[in-house]
Design a protein around this ligand. Structure first.
Ligand code: ADP
Ligand code: ZN
Length: 365
């Protein structure tokens, strides 16, 4: 893979009121600090990573620091470690360094590390700088953009958290070379989501470029990631704290969260659950007379071509799923509020969805 400094770097600027920061996308960026070192000020620098990612990429990153002193904290991988205990480990590391308010945390890893390190950065001395360096496709196109940080409790995912925007997001597409295939494929569900919810042209491009993307061709990946990030950044800029439009990013997600919980955490990857959830949202839209059958079929077809599941796994009960959907935090006063669509590229918020229609699409037999 070509990682010379002449590789093009795609830059997306995120504007949030008075704050602005850059998302950089390019092959080899971890080893090219000239593109991002300006986002890292202060004396104290802490790199947070996990046991899978650090052996692969921490060294490349450290050469980028060009002699600057930094500390490193390597946590065990996986969603089960996105806890207050892990956050406390980060606080301990910061205390150990005598980190002051001008310290910077760098999150090098997938969404788990990004959420966790971002949360610690939001809390330490009421907020210090952090830089996201996502190494999974899912984190690149979703969790590293938008400023949501947090940890899980035994009672539920992301129950404790804060909005805290990074100083910069650095996406080295070379890191995707080592991502396990199932993790890569799961990330494509969120990519398809951007086409499905608001960009019919991008959706068609994804239909035409599935093979190039699965083969991890750099130019195709960069286009898919950049387009996804542009959509997310634009929506977040218009609605940072999810009062309205940002809810569209949850297309497929109310179903997905119920599926993840019902099947037991870890059985379905988040992206896999989102793929099924989007198909269900499209089928429900058809059922309610809001969209065509053909569009729901096109969505299921492109997801299947990426190797994603598109139907509810056997043995999951419709009533259990509906009960879980009722708990979803997006509901207002007991009514089922879902993101449905009018067709490809046209998602919409529907405030009060008929439960019988939902039961119909959830009933598999
Ligand atoms: P996500 O980004 O999907 O939320 P995680 O942060 O849990 O998920 O990352 C998924 C898994 O992939 C973890 O086991 C993590 O250590 C591993 N991982 C992350 N990035 C890479 C990479 N570039 N190469 C290999 N493994 C990776
Ligand atoms: Zn998601």
């Amino acid at each position: 893979m070509n990682t010379t400094p002449t590789n093009p770097v795609t830059e997306i600027v995120v504007e949030l009121g008075a704050r602005r920061y850059r998302i950089l996308i390019g092959a080899g960026l971890l080893g090219q600090p000239q593109h991002w070192l300006d986002a890292i000020g202060g004396r104290h620098l802490l790199v947070v990573s996990d046991e899978n990612v650090a052996p692969l990429y921490a060294k490349k990153l450290s050469t980028g620091f060009a002699g600057r002193e930094f500390s490193q904290l390597i946590l065990p991988p996986g969603e089960t470690h996105k806890t207050l205990d892990s956050a406390a480990t980060i606080f301990d590391a910061l205390a150990e360094m005598s980190a002051s308010r001008d310290a910077t945390i760098i999150a090098l890893g997938g969404g788990v590390i990004g959420d966790l390190a971002g949360f610690a950065a939001a809390c330490w001395m009421r907020g210090i700088a952090f830089v996201q360096m996502p190494t999974t496709l899912l984190a690149m196109v979703d969790s590293s953009v938008g400023g949501k940080t947090g940890v899980n409790l035994a009672q539920g995912k992301n129950l404790v958290g804060a909005f805290h925007q990074p100083r910069a997001v650095v996406m080295d597409t070379d890191t995707l070379a080592t991502l396990p295939p199932r993790e890569l494929v799961a990330g494509f569900a969120e990519v398809v989501k951007y086409g499905a919810l608001g960009d019919a042209d991008f959706f068609a491009w994804l239909e035409d470029n599935t093979q190039a993307l699965l083969a991890r061709e750099a130019s195709a990946l960069t286009h898919a990631i950049a387009t996804s990030c542009r959509h997310k950044a634009a929506i977040v800029a218009r609605d940072e704290t999810e009062q309205g439009e940002r809810a569209l990013l949850n297309f497929g997600h109310t179903f997905a969260h119920a599926l993840e919980t019902a099947s037991g955490y870890g059985t379905l990857l988040h992206g896999e659950a989102v793929a099924i959830g989007m198909v269900l949202a499209a089928q429900l839209s058809t059922q309610l007379g809001r969209a065509s059958v053909a569009d729901a079929e096109r969505l299921a077809a492109v997801l299947a071509r990426f190797g994603l599941p598109t139907a509810i796994p056997a043995g999951l009960d419709a009533d259990v799923l509906i009960a879980l959907m009722q708990l979803d935090k997006k509901n207002l006063s007991g009514r089922l509020r879902l993101i449905l669509w009018r067709g490809i590229g046209q998602a919409e918020i529907v405030p009060d969805v008929d439960e019988a229609a939902i039961r119909d699409v959830l009933t598999t037999d």
